[in-house]
Design a protein around this ligand. Structure first.
Ligand code: DQA
Length: 178
């Protein structure tokens, strides 16, 4: 089971009432509840942290590095300003996916710069709560790919191994594989 910490920054505790035209009508609690359900289907376990304080977010990332397989980070306004969060992402040894509900590239100029973009595994933006879901999906996909490379007890070996000793194009009866 992959364990991911979902970290939300300032003002995201006000989702549902905050600029619904930009961020939608769902509360953070509702988004998180939907994510837990979807993640369980993908064998991903989620924990959530939200803070309006930069230091709390830095510490949450440190914790992600120690106790989790990765983090999903919506740093909200700190995306555009925080060297400390960028440094934290860089300091920890697990992948972080940057997410945004809105598409900052389509908004005011000051949102076009993300100090995190250069140090995260990738960025998903503009899909509302779906941005978080796509990030969870990537972690699930990645875990599966790692497993197939790793212990050998995977779909590739089990289902596709040709267990005779003949070269693949020359079966015992002299016929060729079709
Ligand atoms: C946000 C985009 C940021 O620019 C903004 O400051 C936020 C939310 C988003 O999820 O769309 O607070 O991160």
């Amino acid at each position: 089971m992959v364990k991911i910490l979902v970290v939300n920054g300032p003002n995201l505790n006000l989702l549902g009432e905050r600029e619904p035209g930009v961020y939608g009508n769902s509360t953070l609690g509702e988004i998180n509840a939907g994510l837990v359900e979807a993640a369980a289907q993908m064998d991903v376990e989620l924990e959530f942290y939200q803070s309006n304080h930069e230091g709390g977010l830095v510490e949450a990332l440190h914790r992600a590095g120690e106790e989790f397989d990765g983090a999903i980070l919506n740093a909200a306004g700190y995306t555009h300003t925080s060297v400390a969060l960028r440094d934290a992402v860089k300091a920890i040894g697990v992948p972080v996916v940057e997410v945004h509900l809105s598409n900052p590239a389509a908004r005011e100029d000051f949102r076009h710069v993300s100090l995190l973009a250069g140090v995260v595994a990738g960025t998903i933006a503009g899909f509302g709560p779906g941005s978080y879901l796509l990030a969870v999906d990537w972690f699930a996909f990645q875990a599966k790919a790692d497993d197939e490379d790793g212990d050998g007890d995977d779909f590739e070996d089990d289902e596709y191994e040709d267990d005779d000793d003949e070269p693949d194009d020359e079966e015992e009866d002299g016929t060729e594989d079709r």
